[in-house]
Ligand binder design. Sequence first.
Ligand SMILES: *Cc1c(COP(=O)(O)O)cnc(C)c1O
Length: 428
Amino acid sequence: MLKTDLKFDFNKTISYAEEMDQKDPIRHFRSEFHIPVNQEGKECIYLCGNSLGLMPKVVSEYVNEELTDWKNLGVEGHFHAKRPWMPYHEFLTESMANIVGAKPSEVVVMNSLTVNLHLMMVSFYKPTKERYKILVENNPFPSDRYAVESQLKFHDYDPTEGLIEMQPREGTEVIETQDILDTIEENKDSLALVMMGGVNYYTGQAFDLNRITETAHRFGINVGFDLAHGAGNINYNLHDIGSDFAVWCSYKYINSGPGGMSGCFVHERHHHNFDLNRFAGWWGHDKKTRFLMGPDFLPMSGAEGWQLSNPPILAMASLRGSMDIFDKAGMNQLRAKSLKLTSYMEYLINEIGNDRIGIITPEDPDQRGCQLSIRVSDSDKSLFNTLTDLGVISDWREPDVVRVAPVPLYNSFEDVWKFTDLLNKSLK
Ligand SMILES: *Cc1c(COP(=O)(O)O)cnc(C)c1O
């Protein structure tokens, strides 16, 4: 991975933030979102796009179109809606593939995230007597842990033995890439799968997916990534990274709305391997003959072949609306602004110079997305509560972290300035 070398001449004045906003080539995207307001009607400082992205204004239009087509066409909407429901998922594929840097044939939008994680493990976790273990990051998102543990149990392995969890070195929160690679090598004879987050939800650490994949594959171990906190945040090149699969949700950085659809990536090298285990459903069947309703399952060759059901069109419409904005902005532009915006926030937090708080997210820009995780000493949640009262929407993660994510699509440098100003005041 190329090292990102950043040099900024930040300063602490509000006029500097205003100047950065004026110079920001993508500042206009903010006006395409609804920004939540407090009781007095004043805009909140929304730093929670890592949890639920804001609503793009265009989404109402997209969802309403489908409601109108349903109202006027009934079942005929499958073929005659403005965007026919039959092939609706195809209207999402290319934009989603661009977001994660994959070929369109490698990506499908379907189901929700944890469901897809299970479907992928059905195909790519193939334990044998010797090789059955799964390596995960330190402190994975609970749902991922439950999913992985239940897969181990499903195959009659004891999770306390079958699950290997990375451990950070003494006195640090983040994991050294070399330690991950060494752990893979040390366990090369017993590992069946490496399953990691792209960005850890708690620390905000982004992992080196290229080197992890390369090392695991060298030992014949399958690799999958959960990009819930990476997709729409980091400009990945999933095809070149070459993992066997990846899954992500679209309601965090991709702004598709609560419980929105999940994206799923299956690398091209598996597209014609019909011997893989797979849980099947009719939407994965060859579309040319699906409606002959025959008894034999004939899967489509790409990622589409993993679909189960005819999809929820209203949720897809909402995602389609939000992806219009990604089509215009492009991940490279978003990431370029994000690198600046997050470094600026880091700079201002460090300038506060208060021992009660410390950033646990890596300083290296290649090892993080936009999120910064701020550890509060003595697990003092009152700081978070004060910030909330002052109109900052961030989140508290037990035991002692406030997560803040300045999102390049709709957060401004001024947002970041105001947040750190309020943080400073709250600490006094
Ligand atoms: C947000 C998130 C989830 C949530 O899973 P759903 O199936 O969408 O409810 C799972 N894993 C990770 C890593 C997440 O960040």
